[in-house]
Write a protein that binds this ligand. Structure first.
Ligand SMILES: [Mn+2]
Length: 327
């Protein structure tokens, strides 16, 4: 079931009624879905006639997110004198730590409501609209808007389309059970969203360095699990040479996963002397969120990741071993 139930609409409107002002916060390193969800929800709160502030810990790394940075703040400013009457709306994540340390510290005292589509074991609040089957949080926020206020205007429709387009890999990740998502996308286009320009916003204008780094990552591919798993990595030297703006991991995953017989890919990055991050993508029923969870990470069945102490030479073999059990 992809659509929000009546009881959940009621839960949400009760939360809005119970508070005088709102803080909206999504996960750190916001992506298009997180941005669209945060700003779309701010639209809704304003329509309800209540003040709200939109927070983000940043950084706004991805090319398509940069123009939205100025609409977010990293510092909470009280909008109402009684903190009991301030509600926290958490979007596109379900745990407080995902907001980023700076934001978490400022908002941890408020009563919260979560709207999210990530699988989670321990949501920060029992007040929530959580649907791991939803392809994007923006898809849930769109439903909230339409339920209470009807058709969105062009600007809001574009924003929701941006969120939906981001998390669905521009509709490539959707299967035959997704008709409700396409109906929702159709309503957005009817309201003025332009698929072609949104696609260009999400996928175009990448710095040339991203292409150079891509070449390095492709050159380093190693093959595991009888050809079902591809692994590659980025060293601190690469990062130094091409900068953090030099990454276009989405296209890297896309190219790797399109390889014959490949079911999963893992991209490793040595962030500093002590720490690595790892991103996983998979196809079909290969559940990479289970692999990520074994090492303290999380995410979706076909897209997950983790941050782990150690160096590439130690971590890569450990994780390949885990894949051998799961693939
Ligand atoms: Mn999302």
């Amino acid at each position: 079931m992809l659509n929000i139930r009546d009881a959940q609409f009621k839960l949400f409107s009760d939360f809005i009624s119970a508070h005088d002002a709102f803080v909206i916060a999504g996960h750190k390193e916001p992506d298009g879905d997180c941005i669209a969800s945060s700003l779309g929800l701010a639209y809704i709160i304003k329509k309800f006639g209540k003040p709200c502030q939109v927070l983000s810990a940043g950084p706004f790394k991805r090319t398509e997110t940069k123009k939205y940075e100025k609409l977010f703040s990293s510092e909470y400013k009280p909008l109402c004198t009684n903190p009991e009457k301030t509600g926290l709306l958490i979007v596109d994540c379900s745990e407080m730590f995902r907001l980023g340390e700076t934001i978490e510290k400022q908002v941890s005292g408020f009563k919260s409501f979560i709207i999210d589509h990530h699988k989670t074991a321990a949501p920060a609040s029992e007040l929530c609209i959580l649907n791991p089957k939803a392809p994007a949080t923006a898809f849930l926020i769109q439903q909230l808007y339409e339920h209470f206020f009807g058709e969105p205007d062009k600007e809001l429709a574009e924003l929701f389309f941006f969120g939906l387009g981001t998390d669905t890999g521009f509709f490539r990740f959707l299967d035959s059970g997704s008709s409700d998502v396409f109906y929702a996308a159709g309503r957005l286009v009817k309201a003025g969203a332009d698929p072609r320009s949104t696609y260009e916003d999400i996928n175009g204008s990448k710095p040339l360095t991203t292409r150079k780094l891509l070449a390095i990552a492709l050159d380093r591919i190693s093959v595991h699990c009888g050809g079902k798993l591809l692994v590659t990595y980025e060293t601190p030297e690469d990062t130094k040479k091409y900068g953090k703006d030099g990454r276009d991991t989405d296209i890297l995953y896309q190219i790797l996963l399109a390889t014959e017989n490949v079911r999963a890919v893992a991209v490793f990055r040595q962030e500093n002397e002590h720490n690595c991050t790892v991103g996983f993508r998979s196809k079909g029923n290969v559940d990479v969120s289970a692999v990520a969870a074994r090492f303290g990470g999380g995410g979706h069945k076909n897209a997950s990741g983790l941050s782990i102490q150690g160096v590439l030479d130690e971590i890569i073999p450990k994780i390949i071993k885990e894949f051998e059990k799961n693939i």
